[in-house]
Write a protein that binds this ligand. Structure first.
Ligand code: NDP
Ligand code: 2IT
Length: 444
C-alpha cells in the first residue's frame, strides 16, 4: 500500500463515524500524492503525514445554561487545535444542531491549509457546539455564550488560539463571548476576531469572506479569459458569506439571481435586492419567505433545487456537502462555467470531479473563502499595534491577498503537472509551508 493510502486507512480506523473528516482528509491526501511520493523517505521517517492529519489537541466539554422557562439545557461543545506550526490556532466557532466532533475536525483540518494559503502567520483550529441560536431569545443566547466561554477561556488567548465567527456565530454571539472572556481573565486583548467596531473589530471583516470570494473568482475567470461583469450568478445560503458575496458580485457588474436557506430558495431574475436581504436576515433574523413577500420579482421555492437555476457562475455559500452529483450535472447541462466555494467543502468529491471533468473552473473553499480568516489576521495585527485601519486599507490588502492566493495555487498546480486543477494547487501550496515549518520545528 502507498504511504498516502496507509495514512488514509489509519485515519478511517482511528476516527470512526466521522465521514466529513474522512472526506476532507481524502481530498487533501489525493492531491498531495505526487508531492508525498517525491519526499516519501523523509516524510515517512518523520511521520509527517500521520502528524498533519492528527489534531494537536481536542477539547470536549459540556455547556449548561438556563432557558427562559427556568429549565437547564446542556450542549456538547468542542475546540480542536489542529495545527500550530505556523502561528496561533485560528478558526471560527460553529453553532448549529448538526455540530459534532467529526465536523469540527474536518473544519480544523481544512483551516490549517487555508490559513497557510493566506501567507499570514496563523495555525489551524475550529470549534463549536450543537446549540441552535435560531428561535432563542437574546438572553438565552447570552446565557449559552457566557457558559461556553466560562470553560473555553482556559485554552484560548491572543497568542495561543483566536476564535471567530462561523455558521450561527455572528456579531451578537462574538460580543457575548468576548465580554465573558474579558471579565474572567481581566485582560483586554484580541482573543476573538469579527468583533464589533466599537471594541476592537476591523473594518471590512464582516464583508471579507464574501468580498474575498468575489476577488478570487474574478481573478480566476480573468486568468481564463472570462470577465465576471454581465454574468448570471447563483448563490446558495443567505448568511454572512452569501450576503456579502451577493453584494460584491453585483458591484462587479454581475447579476445574482438566487439565494437560499435550509428550507428553500429564492429565484429573482431582476437580481437580488441586497438591502432587502440584509434587512430580512441581519436585522429581523427572519426567513427568506419574508424576502419573497416584499419583492414582486422574487419567487420562493420550497426545498433544495437552487442549482437547477440556469447560471454562468455558482457560489455555494451555505454548508458542507450541499452541492451533490445531480446538482453538478444540472449546472453543467445549463452551461455553468465556474464554481467557487464560499462555504467549507460544500461540493462532494464526486460532484467536484464531475465539474472538473466537464471543464468547469473549480475554486476550492480553502482558497476561495480564505478572505475571511485573512482579514481576521489583519484584525489581530491592528489589535496588536492598538490602531485601526480604514475600510479602504483593509479592503485593498484583502484584494491583494486573494489575487496572491490565486497566483500561488495556479503556479503550484502547473509546477506539479496539473495546470488548471485549483484543488490540487491549493492543497499543495497550503501543505508545503506547513510541512516545512513542522520539519524545521522537530518532533512535536
Ligand atoms: P451563517 O450562519 O451566517 O449562514 C449560514 C447560511 O447557510 C444560512 O443561510 C443557513 O440557512 C444556511 N445553512 C446552514 N446550514 C445549512 C444546512 N444544513 N442546509 C442548508 N442550508 C444551511 O454562516 P456563514 O455565512 O458565516 O457561513 C456559511 C459557510 O461559509 C459555512 O460553510 C462556513 O464554514 C463558511 N465560512 C464562513 C466564514 C465566515 O467568515 N463567516 C469564512 C469562511 C468560510 P438557515 O438560516 O436555514 O440555517
Ligand atoms: O471558515 C473560516 O475560515 C471561518 N469561519 C473564519 C475563521 C476566522 O478565524 O476568521
Amino acid at each position: 500500500m502507498s504511504y498516502v493510502d496507509e495514512v488514509y486507512s489509519m485515519v478511517v480506523e482511528k476516527n470512526p463515524a466521522q465521514p466529513e473528516f474522512h472526506q476532507a482528509v481524502k481530498e487533501v491526501l489525493e492531491s498531495l500524492r505526487v508531492v508525498i511520493e517525491q519526499n516519501e523517505t523523509a516524510y515517512r521517517r518523520d511521520a509527517l503525514i500521520e502528524r498533519i492529519v492528527t489534531p494537536e489537541r481536542q477539547l470536549l466539554f459540556r455547556v449548561p445554561w438556563v432557558d427562559d422557562q427556568g429549565q437547564v439545557q446542556v450542549n456538547n461543545a468542542f475546540r480542536v487545535q489542529f495545527n500550530g506550526a505556523i502561528g496561533p490556532y485560528k478558526g471560527g466557532i460553529r453553532l448549529h444542531p448538526s455540530v459534532n466532533l467529526g465536523i469540527i475536525k474536518f473544519l480544523g483540518f481544512e483551516q490549517t491549509f487555508k490559513n497557510s494559503l493566506t501567507g499570514l502567520p496563523i495555525g489551524g483550529g475550529k470549534g463549536g457546539a450543537d446549540f441552535d441560536p435560531k428561535g432563542k431569545s437574546d438572553r438565552e443566547v447570552m446565557a449559552f455564550c457566557q457558559s461556553f466561554m466560562t470553560e473555553l477561556y482556559k485554552y484560548i488567548g491572543a497568542d495561543t488560539d483566536v476564535p471567530a465567527g462561523d455558521i450561527g456565530t455572528g456579531a451578537r454571539e462574538i460580543g457575548y463571548m468576548f465580554g465573558q472572556y474579558k471579565r474572567i481573565r481581566g485582560v483586554y486583548e484580541g482573543v476573538f476576531t469579527g468583533k464589533g467596531l466599537s471594541y476592537g473589530g476591523s473594518l471590512a471583516r464582516k464583508e471579507a469572506t464574501g468580498f474575498g470570494l468575489l476577488y478570487f473568482t474574478a481573478e480566476m475567470l480573468r486568468a481564463n479569459g472570462i470577465e465576471l461583469s454581465g454574468k448570471k450568478v447563483a448563490v446558495s445560503g443567505s448568511g454572512n458569506v452569501a450576503i456579502y458575496a451577493t453584494q460584491k458580485a453585483q458591484e462587479l457588474g454581475a447579476k445574482v439571481i438566487t439565494v437560499s436557506d435550509s428550507n428553500g430558495y429564492i429565484s429573482d431574475p431582476e437580481g437580488i435586492d441586497v438591502a432587502l436581504l440584509k434587512e430580512v436576515k441581519e436585522v429581523k433574523r427572519a426567513r427568506l419567505t419574508e424576502y419573497a413577500a416584499a419583492r414582486p420579482s422574487a419567487q420562493y421555492h420550497e426545498g433544495r433545487g437552487v442549482w437547477t437555476v440556469k447560471c454562468d457562475v455558482a457560489l455555494p455559500c451555505a454548508t458542507q456537502n450541499e452541492l451533490l452529483i445531480e446538482d453538478a450535472k444540472a449546472l453543467v447541462a445549463n452551461g455553468c462555467m465556474a464554481v467557487a466555494e464560499g462555504a467549507n467543502m460544500p461540493t462532494t468529491m464526486e460532484a467536484t470531479e464531475y465539474l472538473q471533468a466537464n471543464k468547469v473552473l473549480f475554486a476550492p473553499g480553502k482558497a476561495a473563502n480564505a478572505g475571511g480568516v485573512a482579514t481576521s489576521a489583519l484584525e489581530m495585527s491592528q489589535n496588536s499595534e492598538r490602531l485601526s485601519w480604514s475600510f479602504e486599507e483593509v479592503d485593498n490588502k484583502l484584494k491583494g491577498i486573494m489575487v496572491n492566493i490565486f497566483c500561488n495555487l495556479d503556479q503550484a498546480a502547473k509546477k506539479y503537472g496539473m495546470a488548471g486543477n485549483y484543488v490540487a494547487g491549493a492543497n499543495i501550496a497550503g501543505f508545503l509551508k506547513v510541512a516545512e515549518a513542522m520539519t524545521a520545528q522537530g518532533v512535536i
